[in-house]
Design a protein. Structure first.
Length: 117
């Protein structure tokens, strides 16, 4: 089977929180990022209405330490519902600046290894 990905994924085990566009601003859900690339992240989280998420924007906030968080925003490109309301989603970044690409490069090199990232 041919790999159609534009960039190789890097494995990750990062715990954070996520917010779906259109939901109340104080409604952040726990999530786990299991891989990332220059173009996006793969993650798991709970959501009761998963069928409604494809095409919506989603923000993912990851704590780097006690004082700094990284927040990524992208579009839900694909998802798969699992047991107990868990959703596995692919989030695609869009319009990354040169500085944002630099941060992704640091993550790929393993330069940011805080207590939770």
């Amino acid at each position: 089977m041919e790999d159609r990905r534009r960039a190789q994924r890097q494995p990750a085990v990062w715990m954070g929180s996520c917010h779906v566009e259109g939901e109340p601003s104080d409604r952040w859900r726990d999530c786990g990022v299991f891989d990332f690339s220059t173009y996006g992240v793969g993650m798991d989280f709970r959501h009761p209405e998963a069928d409604d998420l494809v095409g919506r924007r989603m923000s993912v906030r990851l704590p780097v330490g006690t004082s700094v968080d990284l927040t990524f925003t992208g579009e839900v490109r694909n998802l798969k519902s699992g047991p107990d309301g868990i959703v596995r989603a692919g989030i695609e970044f869009f319009g990354l600046s040169e500085d944002e690409l630099y941060v992704i490069d640091l993550l790929q090199l393993g330069s940011l290894n805080g207590s939770r990232i």
